[in-house]
Design a protein around this ligand. Structure first.
Ligand code: SF4
Length: 356
C-alpha cells in the first residue's frame, strides 16, 4: 500500500516520457525540415538514410539464411535458451516456454513508450512474440508471455509485418521476447531484406541468453536491449521459475552483446542505430540487487554504457503471492538506485522523468 509521501512514479514517468519524446520529435522534425545532412567522414554509418544494418551483408552472401536454418535444426531437441529443455519442437512438442516450432505473434505497432532514442519521430516498430522462456511471476505482459495470447503465423507474414512497420515510419524493428523464436527471426529478416527491409533490428530480451545463440546473431542484431533483472541467483530462482543461473548467464550474455555492437550513442538526429542498451527494473525491498548490478556494469563495461533505470515495477500476475514484491517501489528506493549508479561512475543513465 502506498503512503502519502510515496509517489506513483509510473504515472509521473509516463507524462515526463511523453514530454521528452515530444521534444525529441520536434528536434528531429526540424532536423528533417531544414534538410540537414549528417556531417562526418564517409565511414560514419549512423544517421537517417545513411545507416546500413550489417545483416545486409549476411543476406547477400547467404549466411543469414544458413544461420536461420542452423538454429531451426536445434528445435529438434531444443536448447535455444538456457533451460535446454530438449523438447522436439519440430514434431509439435511444446517446451518449458510453451512454444513449438510454429511462430506465434500477439501484436505489433509503432511503440512510443520505449527509450526516447528508439522512439524518435516515427516510433519503435515493436513486434510482440508469444510465450517466454524465463516466466517471471511479476511479468507485466503475462497474458502474452505465459498465457499464450497470440496468433499462429508464418515466416512470410512475420517478414511482411516488419515491412509494414518500416512503411509507417518506424525507426527500427523491435522484436520483443525473441529468444525462443530466434530461428524464425533470422529467416524472417532474410525474407524481409529481399523485399526491401533496411531498418536496424532491436533484440528486446530478458538477457538470459546462450552465448552460442548470440554468436549466430552477430552481424544480424544492431541494437541489443537486454534486461538485467537480478544480481542474486536465489531471487532469480524464486521469481523467474527456477532460473538460478540468471545472474551468471546474463553477465556473460551482456558482455557478448557489447562485444558485438558496442556502446549505444544517439546519433545527431537523436536516434540510436546501433549499440547496447541495458534495462534494469528496480524492485521493492532490494530484490533486484540494484547496487551490485550497477557496480558490475561499471567494472566490466564502459562507464558510458546506456542504462535505463526503470521505476515502473507493478505487482501484477502472481506477485501478490510474494509479500516482498507485492507493492510498487517508493520514491526513496528509486532515488537510492540512481545514487548507486552514479556512485559507481556510470554516466549514461536514462533516469525516468529526467536525465543527466
Ligand atoms: S526455447 Fe523453449 S523449448 Fe527451447 S530450450 Fe528454451 S524453454 Fe525449451
Amino acid at each position: 500500500m502506498f503512503k502519502n509521501d510515496d509517489i506513483d512514479i509510473s504515472k509521473r514517468f509516463f507524462l515526463k516520457r511523453c514530454l521528452y519524446n515530444s521534444l525529441v520529435f520536434c528536434s528531429a522534425s526540424l532536423f528533417h525540415l531544414v534538410g540537414c545532412k549528417r556531417e562526418g567522414n564517409a565511414k560514419d554509418t549512423r544517421g537517417p538514410g545513411v545507416y546500413v544494418p550489417s545483416y545486409m551483408k549476411l543476406h547477400k552472401n547467404g549466411e543469414l539464411k544458413k544461420r536461420g536454418e542452423k538454429l531451426w535444426a536445434r528445435m529438434e531437441s531444443c536448447n535455444l535458451c538456457p533451460r535446454e529443455c530438449r523438447a522436439n519442437r519440430l514434431k509439435g512438442e511444446r517446451g518449458f516456454c510453451h512454444s513449438n516450432a510454429r511462430l506465434q505473434i500477439s501484436g505489433f505497432h509503432a511503440h512510443f513508450g520505449e527509450e526516447a532514442p528508439l522512439v524518435g519521430v516515427g516510433g519503435s516498430g515493436a513486434i510482440f512474440l508469444t510465450n517466454c522462456s524465463l516466466r517471471c511471476v511479476f511479468c507485466i505482459n503475462w497474458e502474452i508471455s505465459q498465457e499464450g495470447i497470440g496468433s499462429e503465423t508464418d515466416i512470410e507474414n512475420f517478414a511482411q509485418i516488419m515491412l509494414q512497420l518500416q512503411k509507417i515510419g518506424c525507426h527500427n524493428i523491435n522484436i520483443v521476447t525473441p529468444t525462443h523464436y530466434s530461428p524464425h527471426i533470422l529467416l524472417a529478416i532474410d525474407k524481409a531484406v529481399s523485399l526491401g527491409l533496411h531498418l536496424p533490428i532491436v533484440y528486446n530480451t530478458c538477457g538470459w541468453e546462450r552465448l552460442d545463440v548470440l554468436k549466430e546473431l552477430d552481424g544480424v542484431v544492431d541494437i541489443y536491449l537486454p534486461d538485467f533483472k537480478y544480481a542474486n541467483p536465489n531471487m532469480a530462482e524464486k521469481y523467474s521459475s527456477g532460473a538460478s543461473t540468471y545472474p551468471e548467464i546474463t553477465k556473460k550474455a551482456i558482455l557478448e552483446m557489447h562485444r558485438q555492437v558496442g556502446v549505444a550513442v544517439p546519433s545527431k538526429d537523436g536516434i540510436i542505430y546501433r549499440g547496447l542498451i541495458i534495462r534494469h527494473l528496480v524492485m521493492p525491498n532490494g530484490v533486484a540487487g540494484t547496487k551490485e548490478i550497477m557496480e558490475w556494469i561499471a567494472n566490466y563495461l564502459p562507464k558510458d554504457t546506456y542504462i535505463n533505470i526503470m521505476s515502473q515495477y507493478t505487482p501484477v500476475y502472481k506477485a501478490k503471492d510474494y509479500p516482498e514484491i507485492s507493492r510498487r517501489i517508493t520514491k526513496k528506493e528509486y532515488a537510492q538506485a540512481v545514487t548507486w549508479a552514479k556512485e559507481a561512475g556510470l554516466t549514461r543513465l536514462d533516469i525516468q522523468g529526467y536525465r543527466f
